[in-house]
Design a protein around this ligand. Sequence first.
Ligand SMILES: Nc1ncnc2c1ncn2[C@@H]1O[C@H](COP(=O)(O)OP(=O)(O)OP(=O)(O)O)[C@@H](O)[C@H]1O
Length: 254
Amino acid sequence: MTDTLLDTKDLSVRFGGHVAVDAVTCGFRAGELTAIVGPNGAGKTTYFNLISGQIAASAGKVRLEGRDITRRGVSERCRLGIGRAFQLTNLFPGLSVFENLRLVVQAKRGRGTSLLRLAGADREVAREAEAILSQVRLEPFAAQPVSELSHGNQRKLEVALLIALDPLVYMFDEPTAGMSIDEAPVVLDLIAGLKARADRTILLVEHKMDVIRSLADRIIVLHNGALAADGPPAEVMASAVVQEAYMGRELDHG
Ligand SMILES: Nc1ncnc2c1ncn2[C@@H]1O[C@H](COP(=O)(O)OP(=O)(O)OP(=O)(O)O)[C@@H](O)[C@H]1O
């Protein structure tokens, strides 16, 4: 398929005797948002870690636009276009929201992340950072050190940083977890906007059914590390494998 941006082929990882991801073969197309679901311990986070390069595969391949990136490290995969939502540990906690965002915009533009450059009047970079801040409704917190942000605003900043990076593959891990009811729509609208661009692929690990329903074009189900179902949301949710895997308990129908 020509518009497949990312694919995994027989991708597996074993921890001791335990196979956490078991020969997962799956392709992800541009313009498609795929929700990855499965019971606790099914291997969703581990599959993400294998794609982003946080952990090394025991077997199989990860390919980006057909190119084998299985042996590349996290930062190289990131440079090539694999974008996983940042975690606070990747940021400069003492720097402000705006400065962190500006560093990512600068890095993306290939101007390095030298702090000295922050002193320079790079208006274009600043303007782009401002525009992204406004998209995620974080302007009021622009000057706040990242370490002082509320949980909901930290999550919004993670999305903002990913948008600044603008990867080919956007990877979100429960992007609205812990957000208040009025904060979540901002993030969901942004993700919907990314999808509408149709030139990126989006992977979403998510437990909330309402989020999956509103955003996903496709659901893949992992169960005991293996791909147990793959298809349009309505079809997959109604399938016997999902009903059995969840036994009506683990998906959040809220
Ligand atoms: N570094 C590791 N060392 C050993 N076992 C691990 C490691 N990482 C994950 N596992 C195991 O692999 C399995 C899959 O875990 P993973 O976190 O990927 O599941 P998950 O589907 O993301 O679960 P959850 O919904 O609870 O986040 C689990 O049995 C877990 O204990």
